[in-house]
Design a protein around this ligand. Structure first.
Ligand code: PNS
Length: 170
């Protein structure tokens, strides 16, 4: 739609955490429409299939009118072009994230200067939160209540009970 600013928020979301939810909510200040873009990467060994992640994120953002959930393969900038997104949103938790985000943002700018990367600083309670920490905690029986949407915690417990595992990736 003309005059609407579209942003993409790419990631693995394996699984979506409250840190991601915070970034999704705060993206409102920089975009009218947000597309949460879940990367399809057959080389990674995620805990949840891409279809499961789409369902989880859709449920988590249901009721948020400006948010859509999609998957993408290949280069992010090609997906951004495809959905006419002029903003790429990423969350920054700590300095340790910076180098990776810096490199990715420069590379993406080189590939497609029309997409501007905007780094949103995580809200304090989520600065130590990561999908991989969440997976490890649930795997070894700890509680992640309040750190991921309730339906996600439930699905994780079920996965691990069924003997699924994951390879450290995100
Ligand atoms: O949640 P993650 O795993 O930190 O997300 C990483 C992601 C999906 C944003 C990144 O790996 C990505 O954009 N991959 C798509 C391939 C691509 O465009 N690579 C060039 C950027 S350097």
């Amino acid at each position: 739609m003309r005059g609407m600013r579209t942003a993409v928020y790419p990631g693995s979301f394996d699984p979506i955490t409250m840190g991601h939810m915070d970034i999704i909510q705060r993206s409102r200040s920089v975009a009218d429409r947000l597309i949460v873009a879940i990367m399809v990467n057959p080389r990674k060994h995620p805990l949840f299939s891409v279809e499961e992640r789409v369902m989880q994120v859709r449920k988590a953002v249901s009721g948020m009118k400006h948010v859509q959930v999609r998957t993408f393969e290949g280069l992010l900038v090609n997906f951004a072009r495809h959905v006419s997104a002029d903003v790429i949103i990423r969350g920054l938790r700590a300095m340790s994230d910076f180098e990776y985000e810096f490199q990715m943002s420069l590379m993406n700018r080189r590939l497609r200067p029309e997409s501007e990367t905007v780094l949103l600083i995580s809200a304090e309670p989520w600065t130590y939160l990561s999908s991989s920490a969440i997976k490890e905690i649930v795997k070894f029986g700890g509680s992640v209540k309040g750190l991921v949407p309730a339906h996600v915690e439930e699905e994780m417990r079920r996965k691990f009970k069924d003997g699924h595992d994951f390879h450290q990736s995100s």
